[in-house]
Every structure is written in structure tokens, then in C-alpha cells.
Design a protein around this ligand. Structure first.
Ligand SMILES: Cc1ncc(COP(=O)(O)O)c(C=O)c1O
Length: 385
């Protein structure tokens, strides 16, 4: 019997680390969790209260409009005005089930099977896996520390034929690095001039540490698709709400696709997300904890042996070149968990070839754990005298 192309999606290897870390924790070990890319905190209290109020009032939770409830779309548009100083028409906002729910809608609306879509490597695996499942071809641009693991115009110029699309993420996962506003603007202009549809994943906006200024593609391109989510800064992974800012010509196509594929994002989650947008103090306190953890790790990891860390511009990840320690990051991750009780993600998840020499450390867990991690790693890596 036939099995479809989608069935060939590769596994997310970090899931094996999570399972092993859970098993060690269940066996009584205190495992420092640096493998997961989700905030340890829940939705902000004000948002949860809005959800409770809506449920207590027995407000019926039904299908909403496919592009989301009008008040949330308007609130997101206001966010662009307040946060970036950019006017975005609420009619161009599509609310989705997380950024993950936006990807298939964006790819189907913008591209055809057979199209080539470029992206930096290392990269967030679902970009390539969803494109491949849809019969499209990811084109990987090998990026390194010289370009902060981000694509450059020089790399794009070499692409012959030109791709149909380019996916960028700033800050990106796994490297946590960013494009400067000038670089993002230049990439957007290059895409416009070359008929390449730009998709800008801005899910880690709000979690940037100041070395590079945060900028949105919505400020510099009317043809780009901007993807964002309530999962990271807003700490709402499980509520599954994200959004897109769409070019005018893709609004109706995305609406029709969403009507067919999902009908609408969950109603209660949209109400909760809207309330979360007014909870800045609590969210900024989360952010301050990430900043503390980041500083502790950047100070402690080098003397523990992890001294080749990508510029930690944003998100809550450190992308470490561990080629002096291993050429098999999967095995290294397993040994690190067993020997140091520290769980982190092997780089092969994000770059099938060079990732064997990289590890991703996530620092969105408890600050005390992040402070303790370098010493644990150091004593694991230091041979007993
Ligand atoms: C770069 C990037 N984009 C998108 C997502 C998907 O997030 P969600 O579907 O929770 O919005 C993630 C999740 O880790 C991510 O790291």
C-alpha cells in the first residue's frame, strides 16, 4: 500500500534526549534541563484570568473567523505600531495555531510543488521538513560565525537559478543570532528585486539582548510574509496561538486555505493571547530571568570547555561548536546526560552534517539550574587527577 512523502519526515532527535532525561529524573537524579525550547513559566496571570473569566461566564467557544477574532487582529496591529513604529493594517493579520500552524498556510499560499526555498543552515527543522512534505525543495545555505549563522547577500547572489522563496529567522533557532536591521532590509530589498518571496520568522522577538537591534520585515517589505507566535516571549506554548502579517495578495488565499485546513484557531486561546498582550510586567520579569541565566552561562561555560559560542544575540539558546570535544554530538549528548546530568540538544537536529560538531544549550529553565550547569559540565569534562 502506498505511503506518502510526508511519512518520510525525519524525527526530532531532541525527543530522544527528553525521554532519556525524563528517565534519569524519574530515577532520582537532579537533571538540568537545557534541551527544551519552551519557557518553564505558564501564560501570564492576567491572560489566564481572562480565560477563566470567559469560561466562568459560560461564553460559548465556537469557531471564529478563519483569520482570527477581530479584536485580537486589531491588538496585534497595535503591537506593530507600539513596538516597532510600523503601521500594519489589521486586515493583513492572520491568527494561526502557533507559528507551526502558519508554516503550511504560508508555504501553500506562496509556493508550488517543485519550487526551491532557501534558508540558512543550521535551521529550525520543520521549515525544511514541511516544505519537503509539500513537494517543495529546501536549499540550504551553509552559514557560520562569519555571518552570525545568517544568510548574506553574497550567498543569495550565488543562487542560480534564483529560489522562489527565502526563509529567515532573527533571532534564529538554534544559533540565537540575529540579522542587523540594515542586513534584514538589504535581504528584503534583494528578495523584492529578484522576485523571491521572503518569509521572516520573528518568533523570538521580545527576547533580544541588545547587541543587535530587533527589526521586523514588516517595516521594510510589503511582499514578505512575517510569522510570529505567542509561544516564546508571551510564554504560551501550549495555547497554540501565533500570527502572520500577510502581503495584500495573500490574505484571501490564506483565509481560504485556513477555512479548509483548520476552520479557525482555538477561540479560548485567542482570547487568552489578546489579554497576554497587556501583561508586559510579568513577561519582562521572565525576560530578566533569561538575561540572568544567559549572563551566568556566558561567564561560566568557557572555563568549563565550551568556549566557541555563537553570538548570543537573542532567543534563549547558545549554539556551541564542540568540535574540539567530539565529532558525534548525538553520542556526546547521551554521555553528557549520563555523566553530568545535563540534558542539551545535539546539533544534528539542526544541521545534518556540521551539526555533529555542535550542541545547543537552551537557557529558559530555572535560573539556579543555569547557574549550576557550568560547574557540573566542568567536573564532567575534567579528567579526575
Ligand atoms: C524558530 C521557530 N519557529 C517556530 C517555532 C514553532 O513555535 P510555535 O508553533 O509554538 O509557535 C519554533 C519553536 O520552537 C521555533 O524555534
Amino acid at each position: 500500500m502506498k505511503v506518502g512523502r510526508g511519512a518520510a519526515a525525519p524525527p526530532f532527535l531532541v525527543m530522544d534526549v527528553i525521554t532519556a532525561a525524563n528517565a534519569r529524573a524519574a530515577a532520582g537524579h537532579h537533571v538540568i534541563r537545557m534541551e527544551v525550547g519552551q519557557p518553564a513559566t505558564g501564560a501570564p496571570a492576567g491572560a489566564e484570568q481572562a480565560a477563566i473569566r470567559a469560561l466562568n461566564a459560560r461564553r460559548p467557544m465556537g469557531y471564529t473567523e478563519a483569520l482570527g477574532i477581530a479584536s485580537l487582529r486589531a491588538r496585534i496591529a497595535r503591537h506593530y505600531a507600539e513596538h516597532y513604529g510600523v503601521a500594519v493594517d489589521a486586515a493583513r493579520i492572520a491568527v494561526t495555531s502557533g507559528a507551526s500552524g502558519a508554516f503550511p498556510l504560508a508555504f501553500l499560499a506562496a509556493f508550488d510543488p517543485g519550487d526551491r526555498i532557501a534558508m540558512a543552515a543550521p535551521f529550525y527543522p520543520p521549515y525544511a521538513n514541511i516544505l519537503t512534505g509539500l513537494g517543495m525543495h529546501p536549499v540550504l545555505l551553509e552559514c557560520g560565525p562569519e555571518t552570525r549563522f545568517q544568510p548574506s547577500i553574497a550567498m543569495l547572489e550565488k543562487l542560480d537559478p534564483r529560489p522562489a522563496g527565502l526563509v529567515v529567522a532573527s533571532p534564529c533557532n538554534p544559533a540565537g543570532t540575529m540579522l542587523s536591521p540594515a542586513e534584514l532590509a538589504a535581504i528584503a530589498a534583494w528578495c523584492q528585486a529578484n522576485g523571491v518571496r521572503l518569509i521572516s520568522d520573528e518568533i523570538y522577538h521580545g527576547l533580544t539582548w541588545g547587541a543587535v537591534a530587533e527589526s521586523t520585515a514588516a517595516a521594510v517589505s510589503d511582499s514578505a510574509i512575517i510569522i510570529n507566535s505567542f509561544s516564546k516571549y508571551w510564554s504560551m506554548t501550549g495555547w497554540r496561538v501565533g500570527w502572520m502579517v500577510l502581503p495584500e495578495e495573500l490574505v484571501r488565499p490564506v483565509e481560504c486555505l485556513a477555512q479548509n485546513m483548520v476552520i479557525s484557531p482555538p477561540h479560548i486561546a485567542q482570547l487568552t493571547a489578546e489579554a497576554a498582550m497587556d501583561c508586559a510586567p510579568e513577561l519582562d520579569a521572565n525576560k530578566a530571568r533569561y538575561a540572568e541565566s544567559r549572563a551566568a552561562l556566558l561567564a561560566g561555560l568557557p572555563s568549563a570547555g565550551f568556549d566557541r559560542i555563537a553570538a548570543a544575540d537573542g532567543a534563549f539558546y547558545l549554539w556551541c561548536d564542540v568540535s574540539h570535544l567530539t565529532n558525534d554530538s548525538l553520542d556526546f549528548a547521551a554521555r553528557m546526560l549520563a555523566g553530568a546530568n545535563v540534558a542539551a540538544t545535539p546539533g544534528v537536529d539542526f544541521d545534518r552534517t556540521r551539526g555533529a560538531r555542535f550542541m545547543r544549550f537552551s537557557y529558559c529553565g530555572a535560573v539556579a539550574d543555569m547557574r549550576a550547569a557550568p560547574a557540573r559540565l566542568k567536573s564532567w569534562l575534567t579528567p579526575a587527577a
